[in-house]
Design a protein around this ligand. Structure first.
Ligand SMILES: Cc1cc2nc3c(=O)[nH]c(=O)nc-3n(C[C@H](O)[C@H](O)[C@H](O)COP(=O)(O)OP(=O)(O)OC[C@H]3O[C@@H](n4cnc5c(N)ncnc54)[C@H](O)[C@@H]3O)c2cc1C
Length: 384
């Protein structure tokens, strides 16, 4: 793999670096309204990204988007990772985020769901997690039972991001519990369907406020099923993989910014008659983050490069996510340590980076679960 970015991506990186430095970092401590971006802030930033020509970045060209590959998106996620101005689970300032599941829809379904999401007329959320099943999706209890030309859905979902803004839910339900994950099917469920209730939201330490949703005898026409029964995970696989690479790419930006803040502070702050930057204990913390940044960069860009070549990146994605979240949390933690007491002040972004990155280590797959899957690969690949 050529680690030098192509010219057009270098240009994009420079433009985005400027955008983050001039438009996002200056507002990063005042951009939120509860768990979301202030509407006027979002409108202003989106006008800017449109003006820069970065709109509908991942939407395929045939649907009017830029159809950027994973490499370009990694560049964007990395640069955005340098700021806490934008909520981590609804980060896109570059047009609606379209889950690739929606590209698997029938033409009729695309007209009702995909196209309105691309145009911004409809919003959506993804609902898999339940009180008794998070990392282990095979354990979900929400069922969809066929009844003539409908399915009857019963169950309870929790931690669902953006449910309050969603017009429809991409719902994962079991059509055959005896098959575990292979019995899971995706449905498009309009939020206003009788029996769907947004029960409550929970405010999290990172400022997110995901929702619990109850499904009580919800009747959904068969025409709202995505693909065939049991294909839920197969159709979501590429999304899951690229989502994991996204964690890694964001981690790069976080480490970079934490190094910027920690080195600057270490050069200024004097204790016991000497600058912190002259102390080996502090230098080694900085050097550790620097080495980890280089390691992570290779993992993340290698995953993106392979994806663009059409290769299976499942294992690369596991590693990018696991290390991206862990190393960026460590970088934020070291940045916090070097700053001492002032690190905890809400006047600096350090504590927000720390809270955000800690949560990333659990959501979309905790390290232990990723290691469990990776172990199968290692045992297959290296055993004699
Ligand atoms: C802010 C936020 C937003 C979210 N948004 C969404 C959303 O939009 N849609 C959605 O469907 N879900 C969402 N989630 C759910 C999230 O993906 C889950 O929390 C995550 O998958 C972990 O599941 P869990 O919380 O049930 O933990 P569990 O599965 O109960 O695991 C708890 C802990 O046990 C350990 N563990 C688990 N399995 C193993 C194992 N095999 N070996 C060793 N240790 C293990 C891990 O350390 C793990 O952290 C969100 C969560 C949060 C906090």
């Amino acid at each position: 793999m050529d680690l030098d970015l192509p010219e057009e991506l270098k240009l994009m990186k420079t433009q985005l670096r400027r955008f983050v430095d001039s438009e996002l970092i200056p507002i990063e401590l005042s951009s939120y309204d509860g768990p979301e971006l202030k509407p006027e802030v979002r409108a202003k930033l989106e006008a800017k990204t449109k003006e820069m020509g970065y709109w509908n970045i991942s939407t395929p060209v045939e649907y009017g988007g830029l159809g950027l590959g994973l490499m370009a998106r990694v560049v964007i996620w990395e640069e955005l990772g340098r700021t806490v101005a934008v909520p981590i689970r609804k980060t896109s300032l570059f047009g609606p985020e379209v889950s690739p599941i929606l590209y698997h829809l029938t033409d009729e379904q695309k007209a009702d769901y995909l196209l309105p999401v691309i145009s911004g007329e409809k919003d959506t959320c993804f609902a898999l997690t339940e009180p008794d099943a998070g990392s282990d999706p095979a354990a979900i209890k929400t069922t969809a039972v066929r009844d003539g030309d409908h399915y009857v859905i019963n169950g309870y979902k929790r931690f669902i991001t953006n449910a309050n803004n969603a017009d429809f839910i991409q719902l994962m339900a079991s059509t055959d519990r005896s098959k575990g994950a292979r019995g899971i099917t995706t449905f498009l469920v309009d939020v206003k369907t009788p029996g769907v209730t947004l029960v409550r939201s929970q405010t999290m330490m990172m400022d997110d406020a995901p929702y619990e949703i109850a499904f009580d005898n919800v009747r959904v026409p068969v025409s709202k099923r995505v693909g065939n029964e049991g294909e839920g995970f197969r159709l979501a696989q590429d999304w899951i993989n690229t989502g994991r690479v996204r964690h890694g790419a964001r981690g790069l930006g976080v480490i970079q910014r934490c190094l910027e803040m920690a080195t600057t502070y270490a050069k200024q702050r004097v204790t016991f008659g000497q600058r912190l930057s002259e102390r080996q204990a502090v230098q080694w913390m900085l050097v550790d983050s620097y080495i980890e940044l280089q390691q992570l960069r290779y993992l993340v860009y290698n995953a993106a490069w392979k994806h663009e070549r059409g290769e299976d990146i499942r294992h690369e994605a596991f590693m990018a996510k696991m290390l991206g979240d862990k190393l960026s949390f460590l970088a934020a933690d070291r940045c916090m340590q070097i700053h001492g007491g002032i690190a905890f002040a809400k006047e600096l972004p350090i504590e927000k980076f720390w809270r955000d990155q800690r949560s990333m280590m659990v959501t979309e797959g905790p390290e232990e679960v990723l290691r469990m899957s990776l172990a199968r690969h290692v045992l297959d690949q290296f055993a004699a």
